[in-house]
Ligand binder design. Structure first.
Ligand code: ATP
Ligand code: MG
Length: 308
């Protein structure tokens, strides 16, 4: 354009100068745009967390666990459904007296684990009440309940740390007590055989242990918390029958005098209970001792009648 005299050299320099001045601010505007985009992504994640409802916090008005080795557990007219889904627990009422050992059995998907989660307050029931020694959890506080009610799940939560840390969870516990708990859980010989013993690292979620070893570690941890109420939800499902039998006989002394709920499919675990509750479609359909239920010829005898 300069050659064809449409543009003077002065104007050309002016264009360059404008461009030069504009470059910085344009880049800044672009940067703001980038920052805005990434902030928006982060914000949507934060908002997601903020929208999650917190569990209700109950005041500590009474503590039925104080000064007692165990308490009774009672459910009154519990109804529950996951979100908008079908009803999972359908007007459940049951009383487990202090020190009683109860087995919960029933077809898979019947709502047994859901019941445990309601007991621990992990899900609030749609209606109904949970009571420990006749005191409603609304007067006890969920944190107190969780301090005294220990649960062992089929797939226990383990920390990526040593066996010792997984047992003590940071508390100061004498060595002899640790080995005592491992002995009850039938895990002492396994840990002894490991090169680093209690300091052995078990990996993320305990991947370096077998499924049954993880379950036994969780049981040893439960023993160390000295709970008032024990809930075993398929806690020994990965063990061979001999080890499971040994574990249950070792646990017997520990569980004596503690209210215990055992959820299991295998007869060996069910048989030792004082009372068996048979669950179907979110309801207790039969209950009684093992031999009574077999004689009943109902759902229980169809589940366990053939097993030895
Ligand atoms: N987090 C969840 N969200 C939605 N539905 C769920 C959830 N957990 C369980 N359910 C449903 O609730 C019902 C009861 O499940 P639950 O885990 O209580 O059964 P269960 O009796 O423990 O079975 P299993 O013997 O197999 O452990 C099932 O139909 C299941 O699909
Ligand atoms: Mg379950």
């Amino acid at each position: 354009m300069v050659l064809y005299s449409d543009l003077t050299i002065g104007e050309m320099l002016a264009v360059f100068a404008y461009l030069w001045f504009m470059m910085g601010p344009v880049q800044e505007v672009l940067n703001v745009q980038y920052a805005y985009q990434s902030a928006q992504a982060a914000l949507s994640r934060i908002n997601q967390m903020m929208r999650v409802d917190l569990e209700p916090v109950f005041p500590h008005l009474e503590n039925p666990f104080k000064g007692k080795t165990t308490v009774s557990v009672e459910l009154k007219n519990i109804h529950f459904a996951y979100g908008e889904g079908p009803s999972v627990l359908n007007d459940i009422s049951l009383l487990i007296s202090a020190g009683e050992k109860v087995a919960l059995v029933g077809a898979s998907g019947g709502g047994k684990t859901t019941l445990v989660q309601i007991l621990l307050g992990l899900y609030p029931p749609a209606s109904g009440q949970v009571l420990f020694d006749d005191v409603s959890v609304n007067r006890i506080g969920m944190d107190v309940v969780r301090d005294h009610v220990a649960t062992v799940l089929q797939h226990p939560a383990l920390l990526n740390d040593s066996v010792r840390v997984n047992l003590t969870l940071g508390r100061d516990i004498p060595e002899t007590e640790l080995w005592q708990a491992l002995k009850i859980a039938q895990l002492d010989a396994t840990i002894e055989r490991m090169d680093q013993g209690l300091e052995t690292l078990i990996g993320r979620f305990g991947v370096r242990l077998s499924g049954g070893q993880r379950q036994r570690l969780a049981i040893a941890r439960m023993v160390l918390t000295n709970p008032s109420v024990v809930i075993l939800d398929e806690a020994t499902s990965a063990l061979d029958t001999t080890t499971e039998g040994n574990l249950h006989s070792a646990l017997q002394q520990f569980l004596a005098g503690r209210t215990t709920i055992i959820i299991a499919h295998r007869l060996s675990a069910v048989k030792q209970a004082d009372r068996v509750l048979v669950f179907e479609d979110g309801r207790v359909v039969e209950q009684g001792r093992h031999d009574e239920l077999i004689a009943n010829n109902g759902l229980y005898s169809s589940l366990y009648g053939q097993q030895q």
